[in-house]
Design a protein around this ligand. Structure first.
Ligand SMILES: NC(=O)c1ccc[n+]([C@@H]2O[C@H](COP(=O)([O-])OP(=O)(O)OC[C@H]3O[C@@H](n4cnc5c(N)ncnc54)[C@H](OP(=O)(O)O)[C@@H]3O)[C@@H](O)[C@H]2O)c1
Length: 337
C-alpha cells in the first residue's frame, strides 16, 4: 500500500526534516505534495535526484491526499485541518491548535500508540519539550508512578523555526566581525545569552509553553492529578532541547531498576557516566532518533525524588520524527484509507 502524502509548511524548519525523514525512513508514499504560503509558491524543493514545486495552500489542496503532516503554525492548522478532514485526508498536526481537544488524540508512539487509532481525522503531535521530557519520564513512571515534575528547559533556537536559527547565526557572525547585533525574532539578543521566556505570558506569569508541559503530560499519561512546575528557557543552541527534571514518585526509587527502565525503553538511551564525563548533550543528540537520559540521582528535597537530565532533537522527536512515527503506526495498522 502506498499513499498520497502532503506536507503543509514544507519550507519550514520542521517541514524540511519531514521531507528528509519520509525518504530516509522509506515511508511508502506514491506522491508527495509540498504546501506552503504564497511567498514560497513556485520555488523548487529537491531531495536526492527528485524535485517538487512548492504549491500555495488552498482549500482544494487536500482533495487527493491520504495523509498530510501540518507544520505551518496554529492558525493554518485551524483553517485547513477541518477542510482536509472533510476530504478524508488524515491530518497529523504539529501545532498546538488541537492538542487539548478531547476529540483529538495526542500521541507519542512509544507511550500511547493505541490513542492514535481512535482518531476522527486529526491526530496531534505534542509540544517539543513535552515529547522529549516524557520520553525520559515515562519509563520511570511505569515503574514508580509519577506524581510531581519540577523542570527547567534549555530550548534550542530551531524550536522557534527557520528564522530564529538564522538569527542566531547572524548574531554570531556580527559579533565575530565586530558589527552591530540585530534582533528580530526574540525580544533580546540570543547569542551569548539565555532568555527565560518561551511563548506568551499569562496573567499569572506562566508562559504558554510552560503550561503545555502540565496539560499535555496529563493528557498523554492520563494522569489528571500530575503536578508540574516548569520554567522554559531559550538558549543559544542550534538544535536539540534539554530538560532538567526533578520528579517525585509514588514508590521509593531503586536506582538499579530506574536505570534499567531507561535502558529497556525504545528510542531512549542512558548516558550516565559522570566519572568519564558522559551525560547527554544537544550536540550529540541532534539528527538522531533516540532521546537520552543522564545525571540520574536520588534527591531528598521531595519524597521518592529523582533528578535527571533529558536531551532530544526537538525537530525530530519533538516534531517531524514523532509525526512520521504516527503515520508509520497508522500504516502498520492498515488505518490509512
Ligand atoms: N521548530 C520546532 O522544533 C517545532 C517543534 C514542534 C512543533 N513545531 C510547530 O511546527 C510548526 C512549524 O514550525 P517551524 O519551526 O517549522 O516554523 P518555520 O520554520 O517558521 O516554518 C513555517 C512554515 O509554515 C509555512 N506557512 C506560514 N504561513 C503560511 C500560510 N499562510 N499558508 C501556508 N503555509 C504557511 C511557511 O511557509 P513559507 O516559507 O511560505 O512562509 C513555512 O513552511 C509550528 O506550529 C510550530 O509550533 C515546531
Amino acid at each position: 500500500m502506498t499513499y498520497k502524502v502532503g506536507i503543509l509548511g514544507a519550507t519550514g524548519a520542521v517541514g524540511q526534516e519531514i521531507i528528509r525523514l519520509l525518504h530516509e525512513r522509506q515511508f511508502p508514499f506514491s506522491e508527495l505534495k509540498l504546501l506552503a504560503s504564497s511567498r514560497s509558491a513556485g520555488k523548487v524543493q529537491s531531495y536526492g535526484d527528485q524535485s517538487w514545486t512548492i504549491e500555495e495552500t488552498k482549500e482544494d489542496s487536500f482533495k487527493e491526499l491520504d495523509i498530510c503532516i501540518f507544520s505551518a503554525g496554529g492558525s493554518q492548522s485551524e483553517m485547513y485541518a477541518p477542510v482536509a478532514q472533510k476530504h478524508g485526508c488524515i491530518v497529523i498536526d504539529n501545532s498546538s491548535a488541537f492538542r487539548m481537544d478531547p476529540n483529538v488524540p495526542l500521541v507519542i508512539p512509544e507511550i500511547n500508540p493505541k490513542a492514535a487509532l481512535g482518531h476522527k481525522g486529526i491526530i496531534a503531535n505534542p509540544n517539543c519539550s513535552t515529547a522529549i521530557t516524557l520520553m525520559g519520564l515515562y519509563p520511570l513512571h511505569k515503574m514508580f508512578g509519577l506524581k510531581t515534575v519540577i523542570a527547567s528547559t534549555y530550548q534550542a533556537v530551531s524550536g522557534s523555526g527557520a528564522e530564529a536559527l538564522q538569527e542566531l547565526k547572524d548574531q554570531l557572525n556580527a559579533w565575530s566581525n565586530g558589527q552591530t547585533i540585530e534582533k528580530n525574532v526574540y525580544p533580546h539578543q540570543i547569542a551569548f545569552n539565555v532568555i527565560p521566556h518561551v511563548d506568551r505570558f499569562d496573567s499569572e506569569g506562566h508562559t504558554r509553553e510552560e503550561l503545555k508541559l502540565l496539560n499535555e503530560s496529563r493528557k498523554i499519561l492520563q494522569l489528571d492529578d500530575l503536578a508540574v512546575a516548569c520554567t522554559c528557557v531559550r538558549v543559544p543552541v542550534f538544535r536539540a532541547h534539554s530538560i532538567s527534571v526533578t520528579a517525585s514518585f509514588e514508590n521509593e526509587i531503586d536506582m538499579v531498576s530506574a536505570r534499567k527502565a531507561i535502558q529497556d525503553f525504545p528510542n531512549v538511551e542512558l548516558v550516565d557516566d559522570p566519572d568519564n564525563l558522559k551525560y547527554p548533550m544537544p550536540i550529540n543528540y541532534s539528527e538522531v532518533v533516540p532521546c537520552a537520559v543522564g545525571r540520574m540521582r536520588k534527591t531528598n528535597v521531595i519524597k521518592n525524588g529523582l533528578s535527571l537530565w533529558i536531551t532530544g532533537d526537538q525537530l525530530w522527536k519533538g516534531a517531524a520524527l514523532n509525526a512520521i512515527q504516527i503515520a508509520e503506526l497508522l500504516h502498520e495498522e492498515g488505518a490509512i484509507r
